[in-house]
Design a protein around this ligand. Structure first.
Ligand SMILES: *Cc1c(COP(=O)(O)O)cnc(C)c1O
Length: 458
């Protein structure tokens, strides 16, 4: 088999500022050992997030120049709307500035006190918007999802038995919508099968409940379906995307992921009344319905991005490059969430650092180690991120929580040698794991503490 190459050439480059170990030591201390507080130009390889950090294509940059900035009825909107309707099969398309704006509008309409919204696993902004409306957000992952070392082709699947049990417990009238996140970001970037989507749809139909997709990484999910689901190998990714969305009553999408743009989002709806109400709310906070908080040029870049992201050479490279990093780590004996996800590799910091208890933040210790040895910025997804949150009545038991470090790969930005460098850094940190020290929080805000908390090493 030939080496799978990046299916693009590089036309414009951004220099990386190299730093020394001594500089990074000082930077880390000044940032209170919190990677979010490090300035981006002090980072060598930035794997904090894949959100809005991708590189646009020459065609997308050309779209920026074509963008029409009329307040109402811009041709850029109609171009964008047509492309989105063709790909996703929804008549009603609202642009938003990013995914959470779509969520904010949707849950103002569907949420509210006493309501319960299940999901395979809620992303943090989705959960926050549901809770802000007064509703309860419930995660219903399959059991394999909580065991990092166990591989499963569709580890993102929603637990359909648990969904039935929840409906029996709280009653269908309290569940306005079932969300399914594709791919499941909080659970390791793992895909959801078409079979599982159909099973969720059937349960929703039985009880008259709406089903929505949180579809930020819909193309990566569709590619995994093509590669892994029986009978799907001969279907195009575009067809699979259409089949996924045909099952849903609507979708919220952050275009900063599989839209291949730096800013933008979508709210897709089938119901005319819901669309009318959502349009009114959009005008209230985002902008008029033909631009939704964006510039006309952003709509052109998004239209083109949604076209490029379903190209299969791109997806094969994308998924392979993440898997490649996962293989390197596995070969170096580093425990990871198996299998590698579509957009990230998750290090199992709990297994890597058994000498650091959860209350001393093993994931944060690994994040600090990676920055120290190589200037690689990763993100903790564990007790720092979730430990400050008051668990709801349906929260997962504490012993099922994971201590993960996410290495998130921006789209079309880094090359194979960058990934080799990252793998070397992780290998170096793993080799000195016994010397890694836990941390304690010296300063933290009341909510979403991971963004601004300051730490001290123990
Ligand atoms: C990023 C993301 C969101 C929110 O989108 P933003 O554009 O960051 O507001 C929602 N759900 C999932 C699964 C995401 O990954």
């Amino acid at each position: 088999m030939k080496t799978m190459i990046e299916p693009f050439r590089i036309k414009s480059v951004e220099p990386i500022r190299m730093t020394t170990r001594a500089e990074r030591e000082r930077i880390l201390r000044n940032a209170g050992y919190n990677a979010f507080l490090i300035h981006a130009d002090d980072v060598v390889i930035d794997l904090l997030t894949d959100s809005g950090t991708g590189a646009m294509s020459a065609q997308q940059w050309a779209g920026l120049m074509r963008g029409d900035e009329s307040y109402a009825g811009s041709p850029s909107f109609y171009h964008f709307e047509r492309r989105v309707q063709e790909l996703f099969g929804f008549d009603h398309v609202l642009p938003t500035h990013q995914g959470r704006a779509s969520e904010r509008i949707l849950f103002e309409l569907l949420g509210g006190p006493d309501q319960v919204v299940p999901n395979n696993a809620h992303f943090d902004t989705t959960r926050a918007n549901i809770e802000h409306s007064g509703a309860e957000a419930v995660d219903l992952p399959i059991s394999a999802a909580r065991v990092p070392g166990v591989a499963h082709p569709f580890k993102g699947n929603l637990n359909v038995d648990a969904l039935r049990a929840l409906i029996a417990e709280v009653g269908a009238s309290r569940i306005p919508v079932v969300m399914v996140t594709v791919t499941n970001n909080s659970g390791g970037g793992q895909p959801v099968s078409l079979e599982n989507l159909k099973a969720v749809r059937a349960v929703c139909d039985e009880h008259g409940i709406l089903m929505f997709l949180d579809a930020c990484r819909f193309a990566e999910n569709a590619f995994f379906i093509q590669q892994r689901e029986p009978g799907m190998a001969d279907r195009s990714v575009r067809e699979i995307v259409q089949e996924m969305f045909a099952l849903a009553d609507g979708a919220t999408i952050s275009a900063k992921k599989d839209g291949l743009v730096n800013i933008g989002g979508l709210l897709l709806l089938r119901d005319q009344d819901l669309f009318q109400q959502a349009s009114n709310l959009l005008i209230l906070t985002e902008g008029y319905v033909t631009y939704g908080g964006l510039a006309g040029r952003d709509l052109e870049a998004m239209a083109q991005g949604f076209d490029e992201v379903v190209q299969e050479d791109y997806l094969a490279y994308r998924v392979r490059s993440v898997e490649y990093l996962g293989e390197q780590l596995r070969n170096a004996g580093v425990p990871i969430m198996e299998p590698p996800g579509g957009h990230a590799v998750y290090i199992d910091a709990g297994a890597l650092c058994p000498h650091i208890p959860p209350e001393q933040f093993p994931g944060q210790a690994v994040v600090c180690g990676l920055y120290r040895v190589a200037g690689v910025r990763a993100v903790e997804i564990g007790t720092v991120m979730f430990g400050g949150v008051q668990p709801g009545p349906h929260a997962l038991p504490l012993d099922q929580r994971l201590e993960l470090v996410r290495l998130t790969i921006p789209r079309r930005v880094y090359t194979q040698s960058h990934m080799d460098y990252v793998a070397e850094a992780v290998g170096e940190v793993a080799a000195m794991r016994d010397a890694l020290r836990g941390l304690r929080i010296v300063e933290e805000p009341p909510v979403l503490r991971h963004f601004t908390a300051r730490f001290e090493e123990l």
